[in-house]
Design a protein around this ligand. Sequence first.
Ligand SMILES: Cc1ncc(COP(=O)(O)O)c(C=O)c1O
Length: 413
Amino acid sequence: MLSVFLKLQVKFRLQVISLTLPQVRDRFDTCVCVCVCVCVCSVMEGDHITTLSTPVMVVDVDIVKRNAEKMREHWTKLGVTLRPHMKTHKTLECGDIMTGGSRSCIVVSTLAEAGFYADHGYDDILYAYSVPFDKVERCAVLAERLSLFQVLLDHRDALEQLRKRPLTDRRVWHVWLKLDCDNGRAGVLHSEPEALRLAQAISESEGVELTGVYAHCGNTYGCRGAEQIHAVAHETTTLVLQFMEKLKAVGISCKSSIGSTPSCSQPISDMAKLSEVHPGNYVFFDVQQSVIGSCGLEDVAVRVLSRVIGHSPHRNQLLLDCGWSALSLDGAGKLPTGYAVIEGHPDLRLLSMTQEHGRVEPLSGQLDYSRYPLGTLLTIIPYHACATAMMHSVYYVHSGGRLVGKWTPTRGW
Ligand SMILES: Cc1ncc(COP(=O)(O)O)c(C=O)c1O
């Protein structure tokens, strides 16, 4: 009994948090400081991940470091600057691993990320999202605060917005032109005469500098295997380099950047002619990347742990405590094993999910329920790590199955 009590004392940390509550001040006029005791149930470092309450996302830090190192090696060898994207994890710790501790030269997808990294000493941040008009002022504040904060645009109206908000201290807006090289999302189409005209307008604008040309080859996500990835990477690289030649012909020189995890994991030699690349997902990888051919399943650093919470023999199904709120719905209809891969159980399919429940069925035949008693822990490899990570407010980090820490991502826009 005593040993159980002592163990509980270790496991349940009592934290005393001092709070200043305006409501309390209003009510009592005097008392502004309240001490609240919160009993925080915490799993300790060194515990095995199987002791975690589920559903939970776990990250293998050794695989993260290996993925980051491999990507760095590729691009150091090719002499191209690697500007890693933070969008997949949005954490400080993983950013430090991706930047090799330099806290410099990153891409972000939201201004919340930009502010978060800036607050933690990062600099040279590229906000690679067509600059939203409601956020110009926040961008200006960052541009006036950091030594290098860069924005991206693909429309004259956005340029006009920047011109209307000149930066103080003789600073200039550092602008990347987003070029659509047949990815089919944001960007001015590479073949449109407007692409060159917009680049000229940026470089001729007072208080604005054309820093580079940015093309995201998200169309590599439709590829299967190295050959197809190489073909898209080659096409995007060629189109960007041709555009750089057009710029040169009108006397403009600036940087060039392309990237996606598939193209940057399987680089082609032509990419050595670029200034930068900007992949992000590679630090975690996922089932989708293994299907594309960017990695093997052994390179995937993230898992969602889940437990069996129900048997439904009348439907030949198991019920899990992992619904879409722990995994996301990304991956629907993409895999023979359903929304994800259940590690070590290739005979199972994650058939459907509601918010807090997952239904699992065998690929064929009858379920052997004796193999999955209630409480059985199942390890799920996500289809899309970026989407799954977004579902979690904390990631539990482990090395060889033993917990080494927690990473807390930033959220919002
Ligand atoms: C604009 C932009 N740049 C870079 C990336 C990183 O690509 P990946 O996630 O394939 O590594 C993304 C991903 O969505 C993106 O949208």
